[in-house]
Design a protein around this ligand. Structure first.
Ligand code: V47
Ligand code: SF4
Length: 396
């Protein structure tokens, strides 16, 4: 791929000693420290970070770039929490403007995908009292009974903490019930920034960072997998990001249950933090690269393309990212309300071409990274059409 190689970086005589020490560690496959993570955020230039992150990415995956075919479903866009970054938190005041789907409504959505080759349903949404342990157990059961091949990736510790507390059961009891009902994995949401200095200001009273981590730990102890996210680019400082990454790396050392880390860029439309500017594309790429370098025990780093756009997603593949999520042909509006793509849907052909056009190798995966189809050499009808520049005739 078109990135500066790590040996080239190491040969640069002008490289600052602190950055050279980190590059040497990465070259030897060694882990970097909290202080070194901070140095990267504060001092490392983009090209240098790209070289290190791409070295790790290619050592783990070569050019392979994963995507899946999924759809998102949100039971409600009303929420009783008041996260300042979220466009859903306002709706509790004007509840009638939102939606609150019942079990049959949600099953109707699932059934609209009956003839489509999707492999995963991703379920998240607001928190409301009627969505409780019974509701979600029944939903998971019905989906699994209706379509056993569809992987149910659902809810986050935010919902689980709330529904288990309401049901007066422990996290262990609750997660066991969810597994029995058919839950197969947990998405990475609700993590935001773990550090209480930031979390207390933005996360509207929902579960703490420790509680988020504990629920994932319990889920992993049940032999199950999950993802992790970090919402960055708002009021946090670099040290809060490093603290967040460090807590994830620590838990992963203990359980090994995380599959993918997904940095989520804060988008500033329709929320209480709309006055904040969004991070630049350079900062987004730096953040992907530092995440890849810091989380040496995570297999995958994902760029969620509906949030950052297709072009940045393509660029991110040279900065440590190896997964660009899914086709997301979807009913979801949480991201578009916050300023992301208006209708986040991409066909498999679009995704494959997007990956191939930056020299990577597209692999369709299932939720647990089982290979479903290698798309490297699959031909499409318009593959031989003109692509790229050729000299045009010039009138003299
Ligand atoms: O936790 C809400 C974020 C998350 C905004 O695991 C916002 O595969 C940016 O976790 N700007 C939910 N982000 C989404 C999520 C996710 C997405 C895709 C794949 C996976 C996975 C997980 O969305 C929330 C919150 O951090 N979010 N509002 C906003 N204004
Ligand atoms: Fe509710 Fe989640 Fe939005 Fe917070 S981020 S207000 S918990 S939907």
């Amino acid at each position: 791929m078109n990135a500066i190689s790590l040996p080239t970086v190491l040969r640069d005589p002008t490289l600052a000693p602190a950055l050279r020490a980190i590059a040497e560690k990465v070259h030897r496959g060694r882990r970097i420290s909290v202080a070194e993570g901070l140095t990267l955020y504060e001092k490392a230039p983009l090209g240098y970070l790209g070289a290190l992150a791409n070295h790790i990415r290619e050592a783990k995956h070569g050019d392979s770039t994963y995507f899946n075919r999924n759809f998102h479903m949100e039971p409600t866009n009303v929420c009783l929490y008041t996260c300042t970054f979220c466009s859903y938190s306002q709706r509790i005041k004007k509840r009638e403007d939102g939606w609150e789907y019942g079990l049959d409504d949600l099953m109707d959505i699932v059934k609209t995908y009956d003839d489509q080759p999707v492999t995963e349903v991703h379920i998240v949404g607001g928190v409301l009292p009627q969505y409780d342990v019974e509701f979600y157990s029944e939903l998971f059961r019905r989906i699994r009974a209706h379509r056993p091949d569809l992987h149910v990736k659902a809810l986050t510790p935010v919902e689980y903490h709330y529904i288990f507390k309401k049901a007066k059961i422990t996290y262990e009891e609750g997660m066991t019930l969810m597994k029995e009902a058919g839950l197969q994995s947990m998405p990475g949401g609700g993590a935001e920034i773990f550090h209480p200095e930031i979390r207390d200001q933005i996360a509207g009273g929902k579960c703490s960072g420790e509680q988020w981590l504990r629920i994932h730990e319990i889920w992993h102890d049940l032999g199950m997998r999950s993802n992790a996210t970090m919402l960055y680019g708002h009021i946090e400082e670099f040290r809060h990001r490093v603290d967040h990454l460090d807590k994830l790396r620590e838990l992963q050392d203990k359980t090994g249950g995380f599959q993918t880390f997904i940095p989520l860029k804060f988008r500033n439309q329709n929320n209480e933090m709309s006055h904040l500017p969004e991070s630049s594309v350079v900062e987004d790429l730096r953040n992907y690269a530092i995440s890849r370098i810091y989380l040496d025990n995570f297999d995958h780093v994902k760029a969620y393309w509906p949030m950052i756009g297709r072009t940045t997603a393509q660029l991110s593949l040279a900065f440590g990212v190896d997964d660009i999520d899914g086709t997301i042909d979807d009913t979801t509006r949480i991201y578009s309300m916050a300023g992301a793509e208006q209708h986040p849907a991409m066909s498999t052909e679009d995704l494959v071409k997007m990956i191939r056009s930056v020299g990577r190798h597209p692999i369709e995966r299932g939720t647990l990274y089982e290979v479903i189809k290698d798309w490297k050499d699959v031909e499409f009808a318009d593959d031989n059409k003109f692509r790229g520049y050729t000299s045009l005739p010039v009138a003299r």
